[in-house]
Write a protein that binds this ligand. Structure first.
Ligand code: ADP
Ligand code: ZN
Length: 201
């Protein structure tokens, strides 16, 4: 087993969609590579695998390669003994084991950088992001810009056919034709079942 000379750490990059999480993750990975650290990058995904390799792209167009995973145990299996930095994007989709995986890696000296959306379309905690933020040494909570009013945005607005998705729509939609907007707390809309949707748009 590899014994690192430095202490491992967990860093979390959290926030809404469009807040710059991927940009920040890519930036940290690039800097680790400049420092000649041995880096492995993973990305949680819900769709089919594409040839064992995927990409992390930011909305500004920068990209890095990543290994697609759909279970946290796969990350643990794939990390090589001499890897110094492990970056994981889209962490909100990973199972509960991700907290233990990040903790175990940090425990053996790895710098773990995780990025993910910390609230779902309802504005509620998403997956294990909250726990990861609790066990991390460092948390960067990013905000986007509200597309309605221009304030800072801390919520993901889900739209289905251009209208706010209801509270009871599923947390994770795969290929559901939905769209997302960054919005502030005031402009965020999540109609309940019994509300007249036309009234609150
Ligand atoms: P995330 O990974 O958090 O979804 P990205 O790093 O992929 O974010 O993209 C962030 C970039 O998206 C910003 O630098 C900006 O150029 C662009 N962008 C598009 N819409 C918005 C918005 N509503 N608020 C902020 N940035 C936005
Ligand atoms: Zn707003």
């Amino acid at each position: 087993m590899y014994h690192a000379s430095r202490t491992g750490t967990i860093e979390v990059i959290a926030g809404v969609m469009f807040s710059g999480k991927s940009e920040e993750l890519i930036r940290r990975v690039r800097r680790a590579l400049i420092a000649r650290r041995r880096v492995q990058v993973f990305k949680s995904h819900l769709d089919d695998r594409y040839g064992g390799i995927t990409r992390i792209s930011s909305h500004t167009g920068t990209e890095i390669e990543a290994a697609p995973v759909d279970a946290s145990a796969e990350i643990f299996r794939q990390v090589r003994p001499d890897t110094e930095v492990v970056a994981i994007d889209e962490c909100q989709f990973l199972d509960e084991g991700v907290v233990g995986v990040a903790t175990a890696l940090a425990g053996r000296g790895v710098r773990v950088i995780v990025a993910g959306t910390d609230t779902d379309f309802r504005g509620e905690p998403f997956g294990r992001m909250g726990e990861l933020m609790a066990v991390a040494e460092e948390v960067s909570k990013l905000q986007a810009i509200c597309v309605v009013c221009g304030d800072l945005a801390c919520r993901n607005q889900r739209l289905i056919n251009g209208r706010p998705a209801r509270w009871d729509s599923p947390t994770i939609m795969v290929g559901g034709g939905e769209a997302y907007e960054a919005r502030c707390r005031r402009c965020h809309r999540v109609p309940r079942q019994d509300e007249d949707q036309t009234r609150i748009l």
